[in-house]
Write a protein that binds this ligand. Structure first.
Ligand code: DLL
Length: 435
């Protein structure tokens, strides 16, 4: 067991003392073992041996995804390769992949971090955990797997895809905890309904541990209604470990950071200044005891805030808010900054539309055109052209008022937008293709 007794409810002063110890070790290990950090600390005039408070970390330079890519494959390792037992990689759809390496200890605490999600859901040895995050280089499948093993539950490593088989297994094995992306959970639910099942009755789920992509509160409520279970949000990224960096508890009021392994700061993405608790900004993560792939002040590009105050659940680890997208998801439409989550918030006001949408960006006469395609709910009369047009106009007007840019709205039939087994593709940028 890598977790210290009482780690999750430790008094704040003890947590901070433990974090300071971890940071001291990490900055020194990075400086002594990773040439990139030696150069970057020296260039910034940051002395890792002089760090004596958590605030001193603000003087350390940031590390970015590009830095990790530049040092691909093994340049960022802080241990000899023979101590590395497993490797994962980010998808690398936009360029060279980034690599996460794990020693035996790193794998053990990864399992412990994901296990918290199962524990927070009240789960344990009596549970059956169906893991339909993809297994492979993606961290979702294995992270959930190690977590499930650590919890003592029965693990079903089914991986992503083959939705009808997922549904059969959910029914026949009586799975109680579902681990996959929220969009895939919705796809499983909708497919089961289309097969004539009632998943709320025919499945035996009590919790879903869903993450790897942002999802709205409305989406969560719809999932909980369809599958009759409780949805807990789990956050993580390949560069710092994978899923389990932060997990929601049953209060559903923010995700508890695994503060015994990660130190989190929120910065202003434009200036790099650390922001006070409560303010929204970019999450920056420093690992405290990661051996193979430590990071010091990794800029995640994810937008969240530290929720001030204590969680009613009594755990003392600070919480981040549910993610509001990424700094690089920001769409600049005719000069106005727009986040997909803002569009989602407007859609939440319309009961007639479901949570499935896709934003398409095109260009007409050198101007950006944004089209929101959204599925109506199954009980909406899609054959009534007048009703559709009226609703489209109404949504368009609200979007214009909320975002100050025009968005064309095209309502489409239920289940007509593409579904994915992993992360949903919410933004399709065709601007280069029809200019
Ligand atoms: O998505 C790790 C993961 C697997 C997390 C399974 C949760 C569950 P990457 O593929 O490296 O790793 O992608 C990391 O996904 O920087 C966020 O932008 C996004 N992301 C991850 N979790 C959440 C979440 C995994 N709960 C990137 N809410 C991150 C919103 C999330 N976005």
């Amino acid at each position: 067991m890598v977790r210290r007794d009482g780690a999750l409810s430790m008094p704040r002063d003890q947590i901070e003392a433990m974090q300071l110890e971890g940071i001291k070790k990490t900055v020194v290990s990075c400086y002594e073992n990773v040439p990139f950090y030696k150069k970057s600390f020296d260039d910034a005039g940051f002395d890792p041996y002089a760090l004596s408070s958590l605030d001193d970390l603000r003087h350390a330079p940031f590390v970015t995804k590009q830095d990790l890519r530049d040092n691909y494959p093994y340049g960022m390792l802080a241990v000899p390769l023979e101590r590395v037992k497993e490797i994962h990689m980010s998808s690398g759809t936009t360029g060279v992949a980034t690599l996460g390496a794990y020693t035996e200890y790193d794998l053990a605490f990864w399992g412990d971090c994901f296990e918290r999600g199962i524990e927070f859901a009240g789960g344990g040895p009596k549970d059956i955990v169906q893991i339909c995050y993809g297994y492979g280089l993606f961290t979702g499948g294995f992270g959930a797997h190690y977590g499930s093993l650590a919890s003592g539950a029965t693990t079903i490593p089914i991986s992503a895809g083959n939705t009808e088989r997922q549904i059969r297994v959910l029914r026949e094995m009586g799975s109680t905890i579902l681990c996959c992306t929220p969009s895939y959970a919705m796809h499983i639910a909708d497919t089961a309904i289309a097969m004539g099942l009632d998943p709320a009755r025919d499945f035996h789920l009590r919790a879903g541990i869903h993450g790897a992509e942002a999802f709205s509160d409305n989406f969560r409520r719809e999932l909980e209604r369809k599958l009759n279970y409780k949805v807990l949000d789990v956050y993580g990224l390949t560069e710092t470990m994978g899923p389990g960096v932060a997990v929601e508890c049953m209060e559903q009021s923010g995700l508890h950071i695994a503060e015994d392994h990660f130190y989190c700061e929120i910065i202003d993405p434009a200036t790099g200044e650390v922001l006070p608790d409560g303010e929204w900004g970019e999450l920056v993560v420093t690992t405290l005891d990661r051996e193979a792939s430590p990071v010091v002040r990794y800029r995640t590009r994810d937008i969240t805030r530290i929720i001030p105050g204590e969680c009613p659940c009594g755990r003392t680890h600070r919480r981040i808010d549910r993610l509001h997208g990424r700094t690089d998801d920001m769409l600049i439409i005719r000069g106005v900054n727009v986040f997909p989550s803002q569009i989602e918030q407007v859609m939440e006001n319309f009961d007639e539309v479901s949570s499935w949408y896709q934003i398409e960006l095109t260009t007409r006469e050198h101007l950006d055109v944004v089209t929101l395609k959204a599925e109506v709910n199954p009980d909406f009369d899609f054959d009534s052209t007048g009703a559709i047009e009226a609703l489209q106009r109404q949504i368009q007007a609200e979007l214009k008022a909320a975002l100050s840019v025009g968005v064309r709205v095209r309502l489409v039939e239920p289940m007509s937008l593409p579904r994915s087994e992993g992360k949903a593709k919410r933004v399709v940028d065709l601007r280069g293709e029809n200019a």
